[in-house]
Write a protein of this length. Structure first.
Length: 354
């Protein structure tokens, strides 16, 4: 198969971890006889520095003509603590999601048995946890207008908006994901307080008869935050709005023991985008210490998305092998045990595929 992949390494550790994912993709291409070509483009703080725009038109054009996008991370501390900054790297990410029509973010969470004791939660609680968060990605408070400040600067406002169409398309996707898994769907909302949540709940109930094989449950977001920690094995597919999904997926990531393990896929219109769920980890940038596994697993999701299931599985197996043999970066190494660099981990995984 010929695949054109847009590479958006972004900021911080982005270039290093995307570099390792490419090494692994190249190993897959060599082993299975595919041709993957890459085109790099700027996004985030590095794009602001270079051309004054966190998501330049050229980057959008590169994404549109590609079969898939592999994205690293964005964010730079020099923008985080400046509430007056006019352009922010995050605006690039939001514009990219919106303009590529990526309305659904799929964040699978599974515990690697060999890492169960790395979780801050008790092993008996996390063992066997395996669920998928479906986060709505282009609506809600992130995009609702008006948003801003009063003239005197002392009042600020955001708007949370959802239309029936937006809710239906994400719920259809979540119901289908549940059908392909263990047929259990949890709609997370705050229907006891906010109107958009009541719309979500109403629409989910209306749609349920179309998916009679899926068991549907509703959970308030505050309770869900607790249940995810208390009994993560309860969940199969969780679907929720943009802001709740942002928060719950960071929370859920601790179950696996390291934020550095979790991949994600953003899908919707034509082109899909794959990225680790962690951020740009600026303190580690350029040190060759960041964990590349989440990005490599995102590349596995990319392969599976285009139908290369065997290849995706080969990547997953190679990652599991690295974990089992202790070829891991410092975030996963046991106390007192040797840890490996970003490139060493990438080379091992690529080698395991060849
Ligand atoms: C994420 C991130 C982004 C978000 C930030 C960087 C804008 O936290 O992908 O979860 O809030 O969506
Ligand atoms: Mg987040």
């Amino acid at each position: 198969m010929e695949l054109k992949i847009a590479l958006l390494p972004g900021d911080g550790i982005g270039p290093e971890i995307v570099g390792e994912a490419v090494r692994v993709l190249d190993a897959v291409a060599a082993r299975y006889g595919h041709t993957f070509t890459y085109e790099k483009a700027l996004v985030g703080a590095c794009a602001i520095d270079a051309v004054g725009d966190p998501y330049p038109a050229e980057t959008h054009a590169v994404c549109c003509k590609s079969d898939a996008v592999l994205f690293g991370a964005i964010g730079d501390p020099k923008y985080d603590n400046d509430p007056n900054a006019k352009v922010r790297p995050e605006q690039g990410l939001l514009r990219m999601r919106k303009s590529l029509g990526l309305f659904a973010n799929l964040r699978p969470l599974a515990v690697f048995d060999a890492l169960a004791d790395r979780s801050p939660l008790k092993t008996e609680i996390v063992k066997g946890a395996d669920f998928l968060c479906v986060r709505e990605l282009t609506g809600g408070m992130y995009f609702g207008r008006p948003q801003g400040r009063s003239e005197d600067g002392n009042t600020a406002y955001d708007t949370c908006v959802y239309t029936r169409e937006e809710v239906e398309r994400i719920l259809h996707l979540a119901f289908k994901q549940a059908q392909a898994r263990r047929k259990h769907l949890t709609v997370v909302d705050k229907a006891n307080v906010i109107a958009t949540s009541r719309l979500w709940r109403q629409i989910a109930k209306e749609m349920a008869p179309q998916y009679p094989d899926v068991e549907l449950e509703f959970m308030f977001v505050d309770n869900a935050a607790m249940q995810i920690i208390q009994r993560p094995t309860h969940f199969d597919v969780i679907v929720t709005e943009n802001l709740f999904g942002d928060i719950l997926t960071d929370e859920a990531s601790v179950i696996s023991g390291s934020l550095g393990m979790l991949p994600s896929a953003s899908v919707g219109a034509e082109v899909a985008l794959f990225e680790p769920i962690h951020g740009s980890y600026p303190q580690a940038a350029g040190k060759n210490i960041a964990n590349p596994m989440a990005t490599i697993l995102s590349a596995a999701m990319l392969l599976e998305h285009v139908g290369l299931r065997t290849e995706g599985k080969a990547v997953r197996d190679a990652v599991s092998k690295a974990i089992a043999e202790g070829i891991v970066t410092e975030d996963l190494a046991n106390q007192g045990e040797k840890s490996y660099s970003t490139t060493q981990v990438g080379e091992f995984i690529a080698g395991a595929i060849e």
